[in-house]
Design a protein around this ligand. Structure first.
Ligand code: GUN
Ligand code: FE
Length: 427
């Protein structure tokens, strides 16, 4: 009998291709040493006797991967969404983030965040913290304890912050980042990784941008930031970096995109052609954040175009630009805004289907963590068990229809009834 193997039995749904779902009713999803061995209609002979988590009647789907959200902003989610980006940052976001200098506040806020993320359908996430080293490490400790796999970034910002939320200089920001990286190395987390996090070009002097590019080359670290989210922001970058041909070039020229580690750019609502070429050439992953783009009136990203161009795309909740951690809500919003864009902006770019948006929210974003986000043999075993019993209907539904309803109706009583991350049960 295989020692580190187990199976989950249930109504299994996963992405066979970026366009197509595969399903198996009453199937067995098998994990060995944290790696998916596939989905089977009967438990294969070689796994006879392994523990079986019997979730018959419930949906079992790949864990959701949220590749862009801000942990400190969770405290004011659902508030203050009536401004555009730059005013929203100054009015709501910077004052909230400044509070994380106080570790007792950070402790209370990050307890709530880590617990709510654990109980959501998200198994992996790529997260902004704040510029504070101690609070960022506290967040990383709490996330490590959940068993979720995350990338967490201490934010770099040395200009255009507020009086109480801005680093003194590029040199001090880089020194604090090195200190943080050394601390993280010492802590030896298993499931929590450091990711370089220049907030966005308007927050980082040219010296800081270059210094972060050098850190990326030196440490081979992943990197996350924001790109072409809002038209005023894009105009400001042009003023701050008159030498640049486009916003994306400010990251590229600083050396922040080159290299093998993932680079994730959130939003990309308004990328001109040359910026798209930069994203493509550097294998950047786009974090599509549809709810935030609606609520901050930022725009509608042309996701179909990016997919047609072969650019990698995942989905982010962008809390607190988006109000909720629900990746199901994000999938539904990605479908919805793609339809509005098709109707109002460009009828040559077909809307996304639920199956396509589900792929982006699992395997699409999962690719920044390696082989993650579907139930193909060889992928890391991340799964969530979804109880849709409360979403009542007299109709007989296919498994794909049950998933589709969960996307749109989970807020009406859909439950996350279990969760596995890299082969370990966390819920
Ligand atoms: N651009 C720079 N900082 C932020 C932030 O905190 N949220 C969003 N949505 N965009 C940003
Ligand atoms: Fe963001």
């Amino acid at each position: 009998m295989c020692k580190n193997a187990f199976a989950i039995k249930g109504d299994i749904v996963w992405s066979k291709t970026p366009q197509e779902l595969a399903t198996m009713e009453g199937g067995y999803l098998v994990s060995e040493d944290g790696i998916c061995q596939g989905v089977f209609s009967e438990l294969p002979e070689r796994y006879a006797g392994v523990p079986v988590d019997d979730r018959s009647g419930m949906l079992v789907v790949p864990g959701l991967v949220d590749i862009h959200l801000h942990a400190p902003q969770y405290a004011f989610r659902g508030l203050g969404m009536d401004l555009e980006l730059l005013d929203w940052l100054n009015t709501h976001t910077f004052p909230e983030e400044a509070k994380y200098r106080d570790l007792s506040y950070a402790e209370r806020a990050y307890d709530i965040f880590a617990s709510d993320l654990l109980h959501s359908a998200t198994t992996r996430a790529v997260i902004f913290a704040t510029l504070h080293v101690e609070a960022t490490e506290l967040l990383m400790d709490k996330l490590e304890a959940t068993g979720l796999c995350t990338m967490v970034g201490k934010v770099n910002m040395d200009r255009n912050g507020s009086a109480d939320l801005c680093e003194e200089s590029a040199a001090s920001s880089l020194a604090e980042t090195r200190q943080w990286l050394a601390d993280v190395e010492k802590k030896g987390y298993e499931r929590t990784q450091a990711i370089l996090t220049p907030r966005f070009t308007p927050s980082c002097s040219d010296d800081l941008m270059r210094g972060i590019g050098e850190l990326r080359a030196e440490y081979g670290l992943p990197l996350q930031s924001h790109l072409s989210e809002n038209l005023s922001e894009i105009g400001w970058v042009k003023e701050l970096c008159p030498w640049s041909s486009c916003y994306g070039e400010t990251y590229e020229k600083a050396g922040q995109l080159a290299g093998d580690a993932p680079a994730i750019m959130a939003h990309c609502n308004w990328c001109p052609d040359e910026e798209m070429e930069i994203l493509k050439a550097n294998h950047v992953t786009i974090a599509h954040c549809p709810q935030s783009n609606m609520m901050l009136s930022s725009g509608i990203a042309p996701i179909r175009r990016y997919l047609d161009e072969g650019i990698s795309v995942g989905i982010g909740t962008d809390v607190a630009g988006g109000a909720t951690l629900s990746m199901f809500r994000a999938i539904g919003d990605a479908v919805g805004v793609s339809k509005l864009r098709w109707r109002l902006v460009d009828d040559k770019l077909a809307p996304l289907s639920v199956a396509e948006a589900f792929y982006l929210a699992t395997a699409g974003g999962g690719s920044v963590f390696g082989q993650v986000g579907t139930f193909k043999e060889g992928y890391e075993l991340d799964a969530v068990v979804l109880d849709d019993a409360k979403l009542r209907t007299p109709r007989d539904l296919s498994l794909a229809e049950r998933l589709e309803r969960f996307v749109y109706l989970s807020g009406e009583g859909g439950q996350v009834a279990g969760k596995y991350v890299a082969g370990r049960r966390v819920l």
